[in-house]
Design a binder for this molecule. Structure first.
Ligand code: FE
Ligand code: ZN
Length: 515
């Protein structure tokens, strides 16, 4: 052991990771690692894997413990000083409800699957990387739960997220996305999660949440974001290493990887539709528009920065990318309008944007907002002013692949809903786009099995045939769903701020309103 001190960091790392590997002699290696050949990927030399996690286990835990200590100090201070009262508005928390319901369970799923992969990759380099990421993802799950638990004491929508993730219609979008990846082979998972999710789309996903938090007075979420940042940059490096490793190992890997990029770009892009609406509609104080974010983090950094480098290996831009670009002026508006109509069955609330918000949308979407979307809001506002509320009482058709209601429109024609159909073994399947249809046609055996929330309701698997029965099965309580104006959260927010300065007002008011 005394020699360990004299080794360089790199050699010490290698001694503690790779040198623990051995070649099995009395068991066939194929029996030890049964999952790494069926996808057709060829690996000739596992030692060429450059590990992004240049940390030994002891230094890894010390470093993470330091970050946790700092985060929990902030969480305690925020809770003790009733920090939640200094958010921009209670409405802001709709973004965090979506986060704990839809993103935190993905962290846990990532934890589980990286743990699996840390056993099943043949090479010690990727095995160790998978193990570290598995531990990171468990930490993210825990720190997110703790960060948001303080809000759960005062606001609706955050009390039943693990069950809701498995049951509620819009949460089947992230759930089915991740389960698609987990049920794929070990290399496709790397391209799906490490490359497409953590590298290609990561800024589109996480920057809005974290900047949204900082713009709206949410110090705990911001601190969590910083705490996860250094893990995230290791995960991004892993994504980039994974793709380069696969492409460099064998030319035969290139077309396989290309098809995965094509699939997972579109799967991921459909998933971030939820983020697009959050950025443009859910944040009281705006960070940037979805369009700006898409242009900066995807078109400029990825299409402009990354893909020219990948061309060297024979990789081209993702299939259907032009359709994504063509939707950037429409996406957030179409999605939020759908959520506005269906939020009676959601774990968050929606409302008509206020006048200055509508003006901000007009200014940021000069080609589309006034023409297509502002008239919808004017009408909804009129209905609401007269004491009504536009809710869509019926169940929408869902896309068989992304599971989003069919709300997207034909490329170049924002007035016509897009709908694609495929008949497979005598059954009809519907898709929101060419991208989702293409994904289905590659692997129909997989997607015919999709658990589509609307079909499940019709088949009687979701608590019963009536809306109240389904909502009870979702575990929704009074105040979780529907219209924000007049909601429990909004009433509490108003009263807490009316009574600012009176120390004893908090608990009684909450009890009174909730009872
Ligand atoms: Fe994570
Ligand atoms: Zn779709």
């Amino acid at each position: 052991m005394s020699n360990a001190r004299k080794l360089s960091m790199k050699n010490r790392y290698s001694a503690l990771t790779r040198d623990l590997d051995w070649t099995p002699t009395y068991v066939d290696p194929k029996a030890v690692f049964p999952f790494t050949s069926f996808e057709g990927i060829k690996i000739h030399d596992w030692s060429k894997w450059e590990d992004p996690f240049r940390l030994t286990v002891d230094s890894y835990y010390k470093y993470q413990a330091e970050k946790d200590k700092r985060l929990y100090a902030v969480l305690d201070g925020f809770a003790q000083s009733q920090g939640h009262l200094s958010l921009t508005d209670a409405r802001y928390l709709n973004a965090m409800k979506l986060f704990i319901q839809g993103v935190t369970p993905l962290e846990y799923a990532a934890h589980r699957h990286f743990a699996f992969l840390s056993r099943y990759y043949d090479g010690p380099g990727p095995r160790f990387a998978a193990q570290c990421q598995s531990v990171d993802e468990l930490r993210h799950t825990q720190t997110e739960v703790h960060t948001l638990s303080n809000y759960n004491k005062y606001y609706g929508g955050m009390h039943n997220w693990p069950e809701q993730f498995d049951r509620v219609w819009y949460l089947s979008v992230p759930k089915s996305y991740f389960e698609d990846a987990m049920s794929a082979g070990p290399f496709e998972f790397l391209i799906a999660i490490s490359f497409s999710f953590e590298y290609l789309l990561t800024n589109l996903l996480f920057v809005p949440f974290m900047s949204g938090a900082s713009f709206n007075g949410d110090l705990p979420t911001m601190t969590f974001g910083f705490s996860a940042q250094s893990d995230e940059s290791r995960h991004m490096t892993l994504g980039l290493e994974a793709i380069k490793f696969l492409l460099e190992q064998d030319e035969a890997n290139v077309p396989i990887v290309q098809a995965w990029i094509d699939k997972w770009f579109w799967r991921g892009y459909r998933l971030v539709a939820l983020i697009a609406q959050m950025l443009d509609y859910m944040l009281p104080r705006k960070v940037m528009s979805w369009k700006e974010s898409f242009e900066l983090y995807f078109e400029e950094q990825m299409l402009g920065g990354l893909f020219p480098d990948l061309e060297f290996y024979g990789i081209t831009k993702p299939r259907h990318v032009e359709q994504a670009i063509g939707e950037k002026d429409l996406l957030s508006h179409q999605v939020y309008w759908a959520l506005y109509q269906f939020s009676f069955a959601a774990g968050f609330t929606t409302t008509v944007p206020e006048d200055d918000h509508l003006d901000w949308l007009s200014a940021n979407y000069p080609d589309t907002f006034d023409k297509y979307f502002r008239p919808l809001w004017d009408k909804a506002k009129k209905v609401q002013d007269e004491g009504g509320r536009v809710f869509f009482r019926g169940l929408p058709q869902l896309c068989q692949v992304c599971q989003i209601p069919m709300l997207f429109t034909e490329p170049g024609d924002p007035m016509r809903l897009a709908q694609r159909q495929v008949v497979h073994n005598g059954e009809r399947y519907d898709f929101c786009s060419d991208g989702c249809q293409w994904i289905f046609e590659r692997e129909p055996e997989k997607y015919v099995q999709a658990w589509l929330p609307v079909h499940q309701i019709y088949q009687g698997n979701c608590g019963g045939p009536s809306v109240p029965e389904v909502l009870a099965w979702y575990g929704l309580q009074d105040g979780d769903a529907g219209e924000y104006a007049g909601s429990v959260d909004q009433q509490n927010w108003e009263r807490w701020h009316d009574h600012a300065g009176k120390a004893d007002v908090e608990a009684p008011v909450e009890a009174e309103v909730r009872a």
